[in-house]
Design a protein around this ligand. Structure first.
Ligand code: DOR
Ligand code: ZN
Ligand code: ZN
Length: 355
């Protein structure tokens, strides 16, 4: 295949840890990783320290991103037990509202029905509402969203029963979209080869039958997100390892390897990494933003050659085919295949650029 020019990729699900845990990642290193992976817009999750549930925390994160982001970005608000009104007031500044319906990394977890109802009733109908929901919290959320007649986006779907339920819901006209992550399509719990600590991720890696069901339901999957969730090697090796994998620099090559082997088409990839996330999250059209990709370049994934600060990858040593050779962000050279050229501060907040 000849060199490809694709629109800038959008990752609707990253954790860049800034503010709160800059030793794992920050806006500088995380958006450098994004550009090296072909992403020109990333939407960042609210489970920071402190969590992004009020105006003070949002303002602090806006300032951090404005100072350090090298690519474009949006910031999610987190749904807390008592912030439905404040979240709705802050909606114009946010990429969306994230509901955590199951426990994961960080303190955000909506465990009571009243708060779930309050957020579904109050968050503006035309702004994205998305959820970390696993197993039985998925139908709970779908029902509440139906009752309030609003669309929801389900993050990181990983299991057969979940994707089958979403397929049925979509067939019945429920307004639901979903994403999957590379680690849930390329790794299983039994065969990942990852040691204790390093295997930890939420949702957990699943069985081969789950992976097969996800591949079989490709038409139901709207987005390929990364859930880039860096934690350092020392933390993953420690006594209580936090869950999460880095993913920004390995996602596109893994999907392109699936294109090479005939499992996906290039159109499948572009739809799920650009057109669909742009539509679902209401992002600006950027005709002067694109990436160049050599689809035949074979290379081996090495954490020590990556931009992310976390220092490891679950795909260490994998040989992949396809590499980003250049990124152009709003008309300016942002990555040349080896070096990130966009400076900290070059990134724009998508909510500020479209008002
Ligand atoms: O594995 C995960 N890590 N899953 C999540 O939902 C959160 C994330 C994190 O922030 O580390
Ligand atoms: Zn999650
Ligand atoms: Zn996440």
């Amino acid at each position: 295949m000849s060199l490809l020019r694709l629109p800038g990729l959008v990752d609707p699900h990253v954790h860049l840890r800034d503010p709160g845990a800059r030793h794992k990642e920050d806006w500088d290193s995380g958006t450098a990783a994004a550009l090296a992976g072909g992403f020109t817009t990333v939407l960042d999750m609210p489970n920071n320290t402190p969590p992004i549930v009020d105006e003070a925390a949002l303002a602090q994160k806006e300032a951090a991103a404005r100072a350090r982001a090298r690519c474009d970005y949006g910031l999610y608000l987190g749904a807390g037990p008592n912030n439905a009104g404040e979240a709705a007031r802050l909606a114009p500044r946010a990429a969306g509202l994230k509901l955590y319906l199951d426990a994961t990394f960080g303190p955000l977890c909506l465990s009571d029905l009243d708060s779930l109802r309050a957020h579904c009733a109050t968050w503006p109908a035309d702004r994205p509402l998305l959820a970390h929901a696993e197993g039985r919290t998925i139908p709970a959320l779908l029902f509440v969203a139906e009752v309030y007649d609003r669309a929801v986006h389900l993050c990181h779907i990983s299991r057969r029963d979940e994707i089958e339920l979403i397929a049925t819901a979509k067939a019945r006209g429920v307004k639901v979209t979903c994403e999957v992550c590379p680690h849930h399509l390329f790794l299983t719990l039994d065969s990942s080869g990852l040691g204790p600590g390093f295997v930890e991720v939420r949702p957990r890696l699943a069985a081969q039958s789950d992976v097969d069901a996800l591949w079989a339901h490709l038409d139901i999957i709207d987005c390929f997100a990364t859930d880039h969730a860096p934690h350092t090697r020392a933390e993953k090796d420690g006594a209580s390892p936090p869950p999460g994998y880095p993913g920004l620099e390995t996602a596109l090559p893994l999907w392109l390897a699936a294109v090479s082997s005939g499992r996906l088409t290039l159109d499948d990839v572009v739809a799920r990494m650009h057109a669909n996330p742009r539509r679902i999250f209401g992002l600006p059209n950027q005709p002067d933003t694109w990436i160049d990709v050599d689809p035949d370049l074979v290379w081996t994934i090495r954490a020590d050659e990556a931009q992310t600060r976390c220092g490891w990858t679950p795909f260490e040593g994998w040989t992949v085919r396809g590499k980003v050779t250049a990124v152009t962000l709003r008309g300016a050279a942002a990555y040349d295949g080896e070096r990130v050229l966009a400076a900290p501060g070059a990134g724009q907040n998508v909510r500020e650029s479209i008002g």
